[in-house]
Design a protein around this ligand. Sequence first.
Ligand SMILES: O=C(O)C(=O)Cc1ccccc1
Length: 304
Amino acid sequence: MSRIAYFGPQGTFTEQAALGFVHAGRDELVPFATVPQALAAVREGDTEAACVPVENSVEGAVPATMDALAEGEPLVAVAESVLAVRFSVLVRPDTEVVRTVASHPHALAQVRHWLAEHLPDATAVSTTSTAAAAVAVQRGEFDAAVSAPVAINHYPLRELATGVADVADAKTRFLLLRRPGALPEPTGADRTSLVVTTADRVGVLAELLTELALRGISLTRIESRPTKGRLGEYRFYIDLLGHVAEPRVGDALAALHRHCRQARFLGSYPQAEPAVSGDLVAASNEDFIAAADWVASVRQGAGA
Ligand SMILES: O=C(O)C(=O)Cc1ccccc1
């Protein structure tokens, strides 16, 4: 029986993602209250793997996950999943007035307009997860929770509304992480993730991007997060298409390693929704003319 930690408690979107990685009768899902605790379970050998959220299409990266992957013993992603997230507003059955609405910050951000329109007088309160908000509502700590619809199966609450996301087809990406070991076999539609800390010199980021561009490697994400050291010192999280076992990708990672002060490999794994890597298209002459016209209008204060 494999134990898989997940960002819980029961009823989170991450639980739904983790269920997609579970082999019935062979794996056991174990909830943890925070992302660092779920990853610590793997690092300490309590579980074989952990499922955590990494980014969503509205609010971007999940900072707790990014920081936890860059710090501590290395973990590598072996799979990813992408879920379209739908939100419900859950209340206790006898609730008539909603003065506080609780949820994960990324959930609150994705229903901001709905709350402003339908619960304008309610105060939004951040909780560790959407399901933690449902637990808190059940305990009477808050009046409403923005949760996954499935949370109502775990907690004795009433659905006040559903389908309340400002962006209807918003998606969240989750990773299944293990301690470093045998890599997933290349599939031809993989993603490789890493986090790097660069030297502090002019153009160093351009050097990294050039190493990828020269090898025709598609960059699907690059995000910076403070190192928590000096102000202005950042880590760069890079996702690119391909598998480290591929010569071109391996060569690119070696080049990135040469340019960086630190480089941590975060995994090569199958894309959940294979992206078609666009070809590199040099801008046409018409593009250069249009771009020059745009810069001229911006300089004259006539454009944006
Ligand atoms: O809190 C949860 O349910 C999570 O799994 C994190 C999250 C929060 C908001 C959108 C998607 C995932």
